[in-house]
Structures are given as C-alpha cells and as structure tokens.
Design a binder for this molecule. Structure first.
Ligand code: PAF
Length: 292
C-alpha cells in the first residue's frame, strides 16, 4: 500500500526558514514537471533521510540557466501533479519559490548590469553542454548554491542524465568546501531505453520513436568499447546516421571526469559516452558508462 503524507509547501525563504526540520536533511533540487526518474531520486532521498530525517524537494524553473533562444517560457509547469508525486514519495517539504524570491535584485543574465555575485564554474563548463549553451552552468551552479544556502542539506541528490551538471555540482561542493554530500543516481529509462526527461513531453509519436535512437547509439558504443575509442565511436555514429530525424550536436567519448581519452585506454579502465541531439525542436541529452 502506498503511504501518502502531505508535504509542507514553502513559497518563500521566510516560509522555509519557519519549518522545523529534523536531520539528516536530504535535498532533491528540480525544475518540476516530475516524472518517474524524479520519483526514483525522491525514493533514494527518503531512504537516506530515514524516519527521523527530512526530505526537501525544490521546484524552481531557473531563468538564469536558460539561453535567450531556449525553452524557458514553454518549459512544462505541472505543480499540482508534482505535489501528488511528492506526497506519494514521502517528501516532507516542497520549496517552490518565485523568481523574485530567488533573485530579488533581478536575474543576473550575461550582459545585464547587476551587482549580484554568481558562481564561475571553471573550464569544465566550457565543453559539451557548456559549449552549446554558453552561460548555462553559471546559471545552474548559481541557483544550486543559493538553494544549498537556503535548504542547508546534509545530502543532495541529482540524476546522472545531466552528467556534466552532476560533475560540476560535485566539484563546486568540494572546491567551495560546502560540506554537502552530492549523490548521483543512474538514469531512469523507458522500456525502449529512452532516458526519462521532462522535455520528452515535447515529442510527438514519430519523434518519440526517433529519440530512442540516442540510447541505442550509446549502447552500441558500450558494446564496442573493449575494441577502443575509434571502434566505439564508429558504432555509435552508425546508429545515429541511420536515423535522419536526429540532428546531432555532439557525441563524445571521455574519461569519467569528462577529460580526453587516448584511442586505446588501459584495459579495465572506465569512461563515459555522452550525446546531445535535436529531435524536431527538442534538444535531448543522454550518457552511459564505458568499460575499456
Ligand atoms: O537538473 C535540473 O533540474 C536543474 O538544472 C537544477 C539542478 C534543479 C538547477 O536548476
């Protein structure tokens, strides 16, 4: 039987500060439009918090991490459904602030005059997603740092689907000595392998079929990894090229830390294969581990 509790909803910093929370505090930051992948993160959070601890879910569509031509306005907002999922997964607190609450002096977009301090993510933010979405990780790390400051978690949980984001948040927590354990959770997938994502709801039926090609390509790279990087890359590209509905942004084979790989890595060593592509107007990302 599913046990449902009603989470407390905090809309402002003051609401959040007024709540009694027992430790450990386990935090799952999201932009809402929750799906089964998020439910997995919340289940993990509930396990880590135990019966005495507090699970905090944040829902905030962060304008600072969207570029001027991106989908900020059409990003799905499904607050009532999100609350139901939060209740089912035993969340204690939902923090759903307004933009003004998070950015009282205005959103400090690149090129906008602002005295606000933001987080400079370093060179790891300039490659892959960062190369395609300039300023994106400055926006992500700034909002995550602010949320960490407001929620004050012991543990924070993120999905591995946004692998570069997870790596950068880990790096921020370590480099800025935040004292927060950052936990990554393996990507939850549909039965045909498509990584669950809030943006999947933009896809029509045909695009939905085409989108499954991305995880097939990643699996092809995984299967050939023991033969070296060129063979793995070739196998993935063969799958991607066979689907004309996919407009590839990048396919990258990297070290687990997103560094460059030699063509023939040490046998037994690990890496990562990452892909970003547009299907129709929807930009999707995915990644999988590699074993050489
Ligand atoms: O992964 C997301 O949903 C967002 O990038 C995050 C981490 C909640 C920051 O806005």
């Amino acid at each position: 039987m599913t046990v449902r509790t009603t989470p407390a909803v905090a809309r402002s910093r003051a609401d959040l500060a007024g709540l009694q929370v027992g430790g450990p505090v386990v935090f799952v930051p999201t932009m809402g439009a929750l799906h089964e992948g998020h439910a997995r993160l919340l289940q993990m959070a509930r396990e880590r918090a135990g019966t005495e601890g507090t699970v905090v879910l944040s829902i905030f569509v962060n304008p600072l991490q969207f570029g001027p031509d991106e989908d900020l306005d059409r990003y799905p907002r499904t607050f009532e459904g999100d609350l139901e999922i939060a209740a089912t997964e035993g969340v204690d607190v939902v923090f759903a602030p307004t933009v003004v609450e998070m950015y009282p002096d205005g959103v400090p977009h690149e090129g906008v005059v602002s005295e606000a301090v933001t987080v400079q993510p370093g060179p790891l933010a300039d490659v892959l997603e960062g190369a395609s979405r300039p300023g994106h990780f400055r926006g992500v790390l700034t909002v995550v740092a602010k949320l960490f400051g407001l929620v004050r978690p012991d543990v924070a949980i993120f999905g591995e689907k946004d692998y570069q984001q997870l790596a950068l948040i880990r790096r921020m927590a370590s480099d800025l000595c935040l004292g927060i354990e950052v936990v990554g959770v393996a990507t939850d997938r549909e039965t045909d392998g498509l990584a669950r994502s809030s943006r999947n709801r933009y896809l029509d039926d045909e695009q939905r079929q085409q989108a499954a090609t991305l995880s097939r390509a990643l699996r092809a790279a995984q299967d050939r990894a023991a033969h070296g990087v060129p063979a793995a890359r070739w196998a993935a590209m063969k799958v991607l090229r066979a689907e004309p509905g996919i407009e590839l942004d990048y396919l990258a084979l990297t070290t687990t830390g997103l560094g460059e790989l030699p063509d023939y890595p040490e046998p037994g060593s690990e890496g990562r294969v990452l892909v970003a592509a547009r299907v129709g107007t929807t930009r999707l990302i995915d990644n999988l581990p590699l074993s050489f």
